[in-house]
Design a binder for this molecule. Structure first.
Ligand code: GDP
Length: 354
């Protein structure tokens, strides 16, 4: 799936750069832009950048004020849209941001809304949720931003900052590593069907498989795991089923998000090693485990002697993890979450940003 990629804020810019320069990700990214209110955050990036909100922020950022981030984006959004090159080959737009800060948290929903009005293609977001040890302001910002972004984007792919952090790694020192993991996995998903001849893969993951999976709901997550494999496909049934199991149960970007409206299983590896029986068993297990009848699938030819499973889950808003995050954000916003927390992504418990 080819995407035009726009990173908003510090995390957004770094992630957009990581994805656009990732070995596989770059096959899917047709244009990339980093937008920020802080000059210092744009300077180190090796991609095209745009400073916004100079009149209000003077190049110094908006601190953690996401309402100001939203106002600034609202004023300069036409300029941002102008800078993004969305060619006919583009299947979707992808807005990337850390939801706990100011510029990305406030700016991403405004930008998603504008892009949806300008283009007739889906506008997706990749939103980073703050780790559990980040402060109340981050939690509250992320809750309000998520609620608004879920309304404005076609789907928000969530990555919890606690999910792909290695044990013992502090969040700060871990950012580079986390960003590489995100870029690697999202890059694999986006590039799975790009540049693949139909003869090379038994079933190609085209953009419509991703669109249809994401259409299952407003929030999405992705899981990943790999396993050792034999050079004989028929010996790799277990490798595929166990990688799929681990991708869902321990490898998702949103831990414990195991209930979904739709799922897509991408099996990555040497096509000669991919067991069809393994793929069928893994897809069937995935449907049972996530509670959906809609399990799509495809292969991603990758030159490796391991096999990997990448699982895209569409419609994860009812999962415990999303609810506990929204509760945490509501608590931080000093509000009662109400009795039915499962509705908080659409309820009024947490104020949207606009
Ligand atoms: P902004 O520049 O005002 O949009 O703020 P940030 O992008 O710094 O957003 C802050 C949130 O993003 C916090 O929850 C941070 O933990 C997270 N964050 C900041 N930088 C990174 C990064 O490089 N990678 C990841 N994964 N998260 C980040």
């Amino acid at each position: 799936m080819k995407v035009a990629l726009i990173g908003v804020g510090q995390a957004g810019g770094k992630l957009a750069e990581a994805l656009a320069t990732d070995e596989r990700g770059r096959r899917a990214v047709t244009d990339v832009l980093a937008v920020n209110t802080a000059t210092v955050d744009l300077q180190p990036l090796g991609i095209e950048t745009l400073l916004v909100g100079e009149a209000r922020a003077n190049g110094h950022g908006v601190g953690g004020d996401n309402e100001l981030g939203a106002r600034v984006m609202n004023e300069d959004v036409a300029e941002v849209v102008e800078e993004v090159d969305v060619g006919p080959e583009c299947d979707a737009l992808l807005v990337v941001a850390g939801l706990g800060g100011g510029t990305g948290s406030g700016g991403a929903p405004i930008l998603a809304r504008e892009l949806s009005q300008v283009y007739d293609r889906p506008v997706y977001a990749l939103g980073v949720l703050p780790g559990h040890d980040e402060g109340a302001l981050y939690q509250r910002n992320a809750g309000r931003s998520l609620k608004t972004l879920a309304r404005e984007a076609d789907s928000v792919l969530l990555v919890d900052n606690d999910a792909w952090r290695s044990a013992g790694e502090s969040l700060d020192e871990g950012f580079t590593a986390i960003n590489e993991r995100i870029a690697d996995r999202i890059g694999l998903l986006l590039a799975a069907g790009e540049g693949v001849a139909a003869t090379e893969a038994e079933s190609v993951v085209d953009a419509s498989e991703i669109h249809n999976t994401l259409r299952g709901g407003r929030l999405a997550a992705v899981g990943y795991a790999s396993a050792e494999s034999s050079d004989q496909a028929d010996e790799n049934v277990t490798a595929i089923t166990s990688a799929t199991r681990n991708a869902l149960l321990t490898g998702t970007s949103l831990p414990d998000a195991t209930t979904a409206a739709a799922a897509l299983l991408v099996v990555a590896g040497d096509p000669e090693r991919i067991s069809r029986r393994g793929v069928e068993a893994a897809r069937s297990w995935l449907g049972d485990e996530t509670g959906t009848m809609q399990v799509r699938g495809g292969d991603a030819p990758v030159d490796s002697d391991r096999l990997a499973a990448l699982v895209l889950l569409g419609g994860v808003e009812r999962s415990d993890r999303v609810q506990s995050f929204l509760d945490r954000a509501s608590d931080a916003a000093d509000r009662d979450t109400g009795e039915d927390a499962t509705e908080s992504v659409t309820s009024d418990d947490l104020d949207g940003l606009f």
